[in-house]
Design a protein around this ligand. Structure first.
Ligand SMILES: Cc1ncc(COP(=O)(O)O)c(C=O)c1O
Length: 370
């Protein structure tokens, strides 16, 4: 890490910038490329919104809520309901304003200057950003460039060698779309002396089971879940962590108080009573995914990787990837350019949308690359 004077020598800083920490000056702001497109398949969102019938059922509850009052520091009623559904105790849960917030607040609780954090590459970029902001030492472990999968032996060797304080295992992983097999996750948990953070943001779409019911066996396990994907509530910003009470007692200290608002918990609480709807939408997405995969495989000019989640990574074989991205935008279709990630050169990411959106994407990509 370059010190402030080293940085000053490297880049011309104005006096205001020199007041900020070097770790901050070296980071980039989180950005998602904004294009106004009719077909939006770039953020792994659920194409099915909160059902209108449920919206009208909770209208009165939203209107009757005390908008002038603070919510409780932690949303206790909602935590009890969710804990009951997950089969854990309320003390094992921490709810955040989206899981992004929990990544920030929790990594800050664990990592300090020079602490080691092991992160597979590529993975969800926020982990590395926050680790850098904490001045931690990031130990990357590369995926297999042919399959994008992580190798158990390689992960074990690196954990043994570096003894990281924290290991991040995102399964299924964004952006690679691959899972780490369940038994491999258990093996890694057993061998790790440090904390193991398993990001299950996409678990509902996966062949893997969640690790939530193994919590009692692993006091070093932290699981991250979100309402943004399978539950279709990305607009609300709700995510949560599941971990032992001993871990939670520490993570609660760095969590920003009051960030989870009353309205969001009223809405999510209602959806928790209608898990049939969540399951129905997950099944629709899964069957649409199987159809799209078959059709993408048949398109010459791209290579699509197998996926364990609600999005695909595909490599553009001949055309320049940026040109393909731009051509899709000009057809009104927004995907994610992931070509700058390790092992993803030439790749784009597309999530499963409504059947008609997927059809528009398939027709466009076929025309563009052929
Ligand atoms: C792997 C992974 N984890 C966490 C998140 C954050 O989700 P949210 O902040 O919407 O809960 C995302 C968002 O795309 C993700 O892909």
């Amino acid at each position: 890490m370059a010190g402030i004077s080293g940085l000053q020598r490297k880049i011309k800083m104005n006096p205001i910038e020199s007041l900020f920490r070097p770790a901050v000056l070296l980071e980039h702001e989180y950005k998602v490329t904004e294009h106004i497109c009719q077909v939006k398949l770039n953020q792994n969102e659920n194409p099915y919104s909160f059902p209108a019938e449920l919206k009208s059922e909770i209208e009165a509850d939203l209107l009757n809520a005390a908008w002038n009052r603070y919510p409780t520091v932690f949303p206790d009623h909602f935590i009890s309901q969710l804990a009951g559904q997950l089969g854990v105790l309320p003390e094992n849960l921490l709810i955040g304003h989206g899981s992004n917030e929990l990544i920030y607040s929790s990594l800050w609780a664990i990592l300090g200057h020079g602490d080691k954090i092991l992160i597979p590459e590529p993975s969800f970029s926020l982990y590395k950003t926050v680790a850098n902001l904490c001045e931690a030492l990031v130990v990357p472990v590369l995926s297999n460039p042919e399959t994008l999968k992580m190798d158990l032996a390689e992960l074990s060797i690196e954990i043994h060698r570096h003894q990281p304080k924290l290991t991040i295992l995102c399964s299924p992983n964004n952006p690679s779309s691959q899972r780490i097999p369940y038994d491999d996750l258990i093996a890694l948990l057993k061998m790790s002396e440090g904390l193991v953070w398993v990001d299950e943001a996409y678990i509902e779409f996966s062949e893997n089971q969640s690790l939530v019911n193994r919590l009692n066996e692993f006091p070093n396990l932290i699981i991250l879940r979100t309402f943004s994907k399978a539950f279709g509530l990305a607009g609300l910003r709700l995510g949560y962590l599941v971990a032992s009470a001993a871990v939670m007692n520490q993570l609660r200290k760095t969590k920003v108080p009051f960030t989870v608002d009353e309205m969001s918990t009223i809405i999510a609480s209602k959806l928790l009573t209608r898990m049939d709807l969540v399951e129905k939408n997950v099944n629709l997405i899964k069957s649409e995914k199987a159809r799209v995969f078959g059709l993408m495989k048949a398109i010459k000019g791209i290579h699509v990787f197998e996926s364990d989640t609600n999005f695909f990574i595909f490599k553009v074989l001949k055309n320049p990837v940026k040109q393909v991205f731009a051509s899709l935008v000009s057809e009104g279709i927004l995907v994610r350019d992931v070509s700058s990630y390790t092992n993803l050169a030439g790749c784009l990411r597309v999530n499963i949308g409504l059947p008609e959106e997927n059809d528009r994407f398939l027709t466009a990509i076929k025309t563009i690359v052929s």
